[in-house]
Design a protein around this ligand. Structure first.
Ligand SMILES: NC(=O)c1ccc[n+]([C@@H]2O[C@H](COP(=O)([O-])OP(=O)(O)OC[C@H]3O[C@@H](n4cnc5c(N)ncnc54)[C@H](O)[C@@H]3O)[C@@H](O)[C@H]2O)c1
Length: 311
């Protein structure tokens, strides 16, 4: 049996564990620093196994040596946004948490693939890379799958069509400057630019960009977790089952799209080795410019890491 460890047994971590358990593709370990939290969540979930028919093991612990033997490590440890906060506001607290968590991953699961979830996402993926020293393809961030799934939902709602018939592509950093690409987003294979007015598309883009904040505004004490967890589970399944799907993920770029040395959302071929390939789409000048603006916003936050002296 494959093994997936999830660090952080909060809202996103435990929802991911449940979605993954339903897929029955790997044993799952939940790890958190709060005594009893992972144990309680894992036991509660396991007790639904007779009804949900899981034939996998779900364990919970505070002991990071439980990471040993993991094929995939999902990182959701850290604080989430509250109303009025941007993802970048989480930097100081989460960078230190991701540093310590990355050290544990390097120590106990040196052959794993890391799926980063903690925000600010693209920057936390960078911290994990620097601390673990893992091969570039073995660290991948979850953001684009979530942003694209929100975009697809809004398109399906607007047109009154099945969500399953929609596709979407969203590039860039996981922030307000993300770059949804209507030309590469379809309904039944037809680009939405052929079906929806520019005004409707602009409204959907805006709602997608603010999709996280919309949920934070309702919840007030935390941020979204069902759609994020479903997105993580989709990526983990793709890795465990070597599905080689093309998904928008945060990946380390070395000149692709003219961007160098940072993690940014791009289409990647995702399989058992992690990021097998980065797909370079043909972009028109305004899409290219929007992607570069978004990448510059990620770089700006990375530069703030220097003051934190974590490397
Ligand atoms: N990438 C995305 O698209 C996306 C989407 C949603 C949430 N997020 C981010 O995911 C993170 C988690 O969100 P959440 O809603 O689950 O938060 P949460 O507060 O519910 O859970 C976070 C958990 O991390 C644990 N934790 C803190 N430090 C730890 C450490 N050193 N080791 C292990 N566990 C530790 C906490 O005890 C807590 O249980 C946040 O940073 C949030 O912004 C990202």
């Amino acid at each position: 049996m494959n093994k997936v460890s999830i660090i952080g047994s909060g809202n996103v971590g435990t929802s991911t564990a449940l979605y993954l358990a339903e897929k029955k593709i790997a044993d799952i370990s939940l790890i958190d620093v709060v005594e009893g939290l992972s144990e309680g969540k894992a036991l509660d979930a396991e007790e639904s196994a007779p009804i949900r028919k899981y034939d996998i093991e779900l364990r919970g612990t505070t002991d990071f040596s439980e990471l040993a033997g993991s094929d995939v490590v999902v990182v959701t440890a850290g604080i989430a946004r509250k109303p009025g906060m941007s993802r970048a506001d989480l930097l100081n607290t989460n960078a230190k948490i991701i540093k310590s968590v990355s050290e544990k991953i390097a120590q106990y699961a040196p052959n794993s693939i890391i799926v980063m979830v903690t925000n600010p996402l693209d920057v936390m993926s960078y911290v994990a890379l620097k601390i673990t020293g893992f091969a570039l393809k073995r660290i991948v961030g979850m953001a684009g799958v979530l942003d694209a799934t929100r975009f697809r939902y809004f398109v399906a709602q607007k047109l009154g069509v099945a969500v399953g018939d929609t596709t979407a592509m969203v590039l860039g950093g996981h922030g307000d400057s993300m770059v949804p690409l209507p030309r590469y987003s379809t309904v039944g294979g037809v680009p939405i630019t052929e079906i929806l007015s520019k005004d409707d598309i602009d409204k959907i883009i805006e709602r997608t960009r603010k999709g996280g904040a919309e949920i934070v505004g309702y919840l007030k004490t935390g941020s979204a977790y069902y759609a994020p967890a479903a997105s993580v589970a989709e990526m983990v399944e793709c890795i465990i089952r070597d599905k080689k799907r093309i998904l928008p993920c945060s990946a380390y770029l070395r000149g692709e799209y003219g961007i160098e040395g940072i993690f940014v959302g791009v289409p990647v071929l995702l399989g058992k080795n992690g990021v097998d390939r980065i797909i370079e789409l043909e972009l028109i000048p305004e899409e290219k410019e929007a992607l570069h603006v978004s990448a510059a916003a990620v770089k700006e936050v990375i530069e703030k890491l220097e003051d934190l002296e974590i490397f």
